[in-house]
Design a protein around this ligand. Structure first.
Ligand code: SAH
Ligand code: SF4
Ligand code: F3S
Length: 470
């Protein structure tokens, strides 16, 4: 079993939405796979479709439009889409027999990677749309309704700056007190295992003005915690209000000025793009949460080179030291791949050593999955599944031990928690620690959207328990 990764943990939930249903309007069902950027994109797509009269539904069998927002990162993720499309084909036939038309669309990274091939493999599909062309979605859906089969994956670089309109206030409000905001898209790094540079295209940054406007809108609608998104979010750059070239550090300082945005986060970062201004932001900005997801993938210099990561294990260790000097309470998170082609026991041991040196509060780990079209797929030395399994197990045991150790170290400590939603049990609310852990809080301690001080009384396997501190 692969560890559940934030990239895919959103996996199989229908995108919840807040737009009111129209009594006899059409309905859309959106299913989101993959990373937070897909979650953000799904929200944007359902908002744009709502403007065209599609009310969101969580019941796929009620939907006039079914949209799968897909992920291509590992083989398993991509294949899941085809099995879902098989079930949808049947549903479409059943609805057709009742005289109801269903339009089926595939969006996201599988759409971009496979395009026309999807129509061949899955005849139920009417439209395929890549992440760079979502601004054309309403038009594409109209054409599909007219009976056309459409593949919309070609784009010019300017298209990457086109976005669907930002959500309305009431929609934001109903989604809660935390929100995502995409500031950067695409990747120019070309790690040899990874499809993202091919599915999301080259790196582009949104402008400061656009980002600030959207952040202000979110804050006004009640968002307290904002997570900036990008495939390489710390490669973001743009012209600042002072006319100088800004990086993510400067952008965070600007966003911290927006009233109401009490907590800022960003994900996902590349070690090579952690510059001094960003590290300074961790030192000087109280609203920048002390948590950093900084994937390293491997601890072996030989494997890092083969992966084209362009840094060594020691470069990464030194970087972490600098970040921890700036912000001593920062908790680290990372991604690891085991079983990359040519990985020996000694290489794997180097990864385990790096994990012991760094100590992670949280991490995601995967067996290497060869992806068509990436250099890694053609390398020599692919490893058998049982070796990958064994290494993944050992690595995850170590990471879990570190994660539990970190949670246990918080017992007895006071910390601030942002109250996000009602708890599963009556009388409880669920909040979020600065380090992203869910914290169970007595509902009398505060309202949703409040940041309250609690004392941690116990650490469970997935959440922390607390008592209010008055
Ligand atoms: N842009 C981010 C995230 C990329 S995808 C970054 O650079 O870190 C998220 C994670 O999926 C990667 O960090 C990597 O650990 C994992 N991943 C990507 N391609 C993979 C593959 N072919 N097999 C297994 N894991 C992979
Ligand atoms: Fe993929 Fe590497 Fe780019 Fe991350 S930096 S998206 S792992 S190619
Ligand atoms: Fe998956 Fe694409 Fe995100 S491949 S991880 S949905 S960028």
């Amino acid at each position: 079993m692969e560890q559940n990764y934030s990239l895919e943990s959103v996996g199989d939930t229908a995108t919840r939405d807040a737009v009111e249903a129209r009594p006899d309007g059409k309905k859309v069902f959106v299913k989101t796979y993959g990373c937070q950027m897909n979650v953000y994109d799904s929200q944007r797509m359902s908002d744009a479709l709502a403007a065209d009269g599609y009310a969101p539904t969580e019941r796929i069998e009620d939907a006039d439009l079914i949209l799968l927002n897909t992920c291509h990162i590992r083989e398993k993720a991509a294949e899941k889409v085809y099995s879902e499309l098989g079930r949808i084909r049947q549903l479409k036939q059943e609805r057709g027999a009742l005289g109801r038309e269903t339009v089926v669309g595939v969006a996201g990274c599988v759409a971009q990677a496979e395009g026309q091939e999807i129509l061949r493999r899955a005849p139920a599909v009417d439209l395929v749309i890549g992440p760079q062309t979502y601004h054309r979605l309403p038009m594409v859906v109209k054409r599909a309704r007219g009976g056309e089969k459409i593949v919309e994956t070609d784009y010019a670089i300017e298209d990457k700056f086109e976005h669907l309109p930002a959500p309305q206030r009431k929609v934001v409000r109903a989604r809660g007190v935390t929100a995502f905001l995409t500031v950067q898209e695409g990747c120019d790094k070309f790690c040899t295992f990874c499809v993202v540079p091919y599915t999301r295209g080259s790196e582009v940054s949104r402008s400061v003005a656009q980002i600030v406007a959207e952040a202000e809108q979110l804050a006004e609608a009640g968002v307290r915690e904002l997570t900036l998104l990008g495939q390489n979010v710390n490669a973001w750059h743009g012209e600042g209000a002072d006319g100088r070239e800004w990086g993510l550090g400067e952008l965070l300082f600007r966003l911290a000025e927006i009233p109401g945005l009490d907590r800022l986060r960003y994900t996902t970062s590349h070690p090579r793009d952690m510059d001094d201004a960003l590290i300074a932001a961790h030192r000087d900005l109280p609203s920048l949460m002390p948590y950093l997801h900084l994937p390293v993938q491997s601890g072996s210099d030989r494997i890092l080179k083969a992966m084209n990561r362009k840094h060594t294990g020691d470069d990464y260790r030194r970087l972490i030291d600098r970040i921890r000097t700036a912000r001593p309470d920062i908790a680290m998170s990372g991604d690891f791949i085991v079983g990359f082609p040519g990985e020996t026991d000694a290489d794997f041991e180097d990864t385990m050593r790096l994990i012991r040196d760094v100590t992670y509060a949280q991490a995601f780990s995967f067996k290497y999955s060869p992806r068509p079209g990436t250099p890694g797929a053609d390398m020599d030395g692919h490893l058998p599944e049982d070796v990958k399994n064994e290494r993944l197990q050992a690595l995850q045991a170590l990471l879990l031990e570190q994660q539990r150790g970190f949670a246990a170290s918080l017992v007895g400590r006071k910390l601030d928690v942002l109250l996000e939603k009602p708890g599963r049990q009556p009388g409880q609310r669920v909040g979020r620690s600065p380090w992203l852990q869910p914290v169970i809080v007595d509902e009398k301690a505060g309202e949703i959207g409040d940041i309250i001080r609690v004392r941690i009384t116990d650490a469970g396997s997935n959440s922390l328990f607390s008592e209010p501190v008055f």
